[in-house]
Design a protein around this ligand. Structure first.
Ligand code: NAP
Length: 236
């Protein structure tokens, strides 16, 4: 019998996060999804209403980490924790928006860590964690100064967490551009160059990212891995 405890998806209101919610709720798991806006959280819970698992929602701002403990107060035993959220900025050194940069850096580097800190004593014995970084850590683009820095930082968090939360497992997934994720819907023209450079001749899909996420969360041999899922673009 599967270990008791819920699946928590931080940044689960839409796109990749919601597809992870859908995967686990479809398998009958109780899932808690979170977002930064109450309306998006409520809409996502509503979208998941017909799935076999019970899906509930919580709203809090990862970029305001001192509020996280209170927001997670009612969360019981946790067997899977996926930290998926991002609030993208567009930042170059030449035109640097300090407020945006602090917000994004705080969201992933402090916010993700604080969620783990708060939930640490509620992790079930076989619990596993997954953090999301991204390909921008290795392949910067104009405006990715903060995103590249932050996604590189997530790799560092995973290394330290392997030591600090053992025997629980923790891994990180670094997607390439996910062609069917909503963020890129209005930006298709910008993707042509990446498609041409990708050895598979196409971009990765949300289904492929979710498949890799579930592999990292479920395979008990996987620990401390920073997995690139980008169709091989990192080799080019
Ligand atoms: N999509 C891609 O092509 C791609 C490529 C490389 C890496 N990634 C990584 O994959 C992950 C998922 O990307 P995505 O495109 O699926 O994300 P997305 O559609 O932008 O969804 C972001 C999620 O994060 C939540 N969120 C945003 N700001 C927050 C904050 N301050 N506090 C708490 N929650 C917050 C949002 O909640 P609300 O709905 O309430 O705003 C939403 O649930 C990210 O970590 C991203 O860096 C994605």
């Amino acid at each position: 019998m599967a270990e008791q405890g819920s699946v928590v998806v931080v940044g689960g209101t839409r796109a990749i996060g919601f597809e992870i919610v859908r995967h686990y709720a479809s398998a009958g798991d109780d899932v808690i999804l979170t977002g930064q806006t109450a309306a998006n959280v409520a809409a996502a819970v509503e979208r998941a209403a017909d799935l076999p698992g019970k899906v509930t929602g919580l709203t809090f701002d990862l970029a305001d980490p001192v509020t996280i403990r209170a927001a997670l107060e009612g969360v019981g035993p946790v067997r899977r924790l996926a930290l998926v959220a991002i609030d993208r900025d567009s930042n170059t050194v030449a035109d640097y928006d300090v407020t945006r940069a602090i917000r994004l850096a705080t969201l992933k580097l402090v916010g993700f860590t604080e969620v783990v800190h708060v939930l640490l004593d509620r992790l079930t014995p076989n619990a596993s964690l997954l953090l999301f970084g991204g390909q921008a850590k290795d392949l910067p683009y104009p405006g990715s100064t903060t995103v590249s820095t932050v996604n590189g930082g997530v790799e560092g968090i995973v290394r330290t967490l392997v030591h600090e939360i053992k025997p629980h497992r923790v891994n990180c997934l670094h997607p390439g551009i996910v062609g069917d994720s909503p963020y890129w819907e209005s930006r298709q023209a910008a993707l042509e160059a990446t498609i041409k450079r990708t050895p598979t001749g196409r971009l990765t899909t949300m289904a492929e990212i979710v498949d890799a996420a579930v592999f990292l969360l479920e395979n008990e041999g996987m620990n401390g891995v920073n997995l690139k899922v980008d169709g091989g673009l990192h080799c080019m």
